[in-house]
Write a protein that binds this ligand. Sequence first.
Ligand code: ATP
Ligand code: MG
Length: 248
Amino acid sequence: MIPKTHPRYESLLLRDKVKNAFKEGYLADSGMIAHGRGETFDYLIGERTTEPARKACEAAVAYILLAENPVLSVNGNTTALAIDEIIELAKATDSKIEINLFYRTPERVEIIERMFKERGWEDILGGNDEKLEYIDNLNSPRATASKEGSYIADVMLVPLEDGDRAEVLVQNGKKIICIDLNPLSRTSKMSTVSIVDNIVRAVPLMTSMALDFKEKGKDKDKEFLENIIKNFSNEQNLKDSLAEIKLK
Ligand code: ATP
Ligand code: MG
């Protein structure tokens, strides 16, 4: 048990979740390394949602609300850190959820599938029973695509994604929203919208934005949403995110 008074309590709690996910068998060992890299960048931005990240979240929500077939992609890290938050976001934005693992094994898929179902999310895509397609140019188990999900998705949220896959998805004409604490990663550079923030903060923020738009009747206001997108530049936003790293 980590004492609540520990100055690094929040961070250690997340580390614990990732460790447990590995022990439970649904997170690959390299997922723990990816988490460590994320921690570093989070430390450097002060473990808070920066203004550029907030703007990126807003643009992301606009894309998702305008989409015909929005899909939230989940892997082991995402499941470990933000399973409930992802379900809330899917509900608030009428999105589908699909399992996509870099190191896909039937066991990992089965555990993640079960975790979503236990939380009442029955319609989890990308599972073992589904006949999966392969996204062009990436004929490996990690390029699996559910026919109802990422295969036909126009907008995809890909938290903690690998650069190769993000690139292929973009090449396939999809709008890609990544959540990646590293503003220099290939994924961040590749994506349509890159949210440089911790997934545990970004996803609830997106949900609250979506619900707020709904409450004001803005979720169906195409002009309003398109305006948000028009005023957003991912290149500039990445520069602004990088500038949030203050080395003293
Ligand atoms: P790329 O392939 O895009 O260049 P990479 O190879 O450096 O990226 P990966 O291991 O493929 O990195 O992806 C993991 C990414 O997820 C890292 O950039 C890391 O910063 C980020 N990350 C890890 N944990 C979190 C988290 N909790 N929230 C947001 N991002 C995270
Ligand atoms: Mg990578």
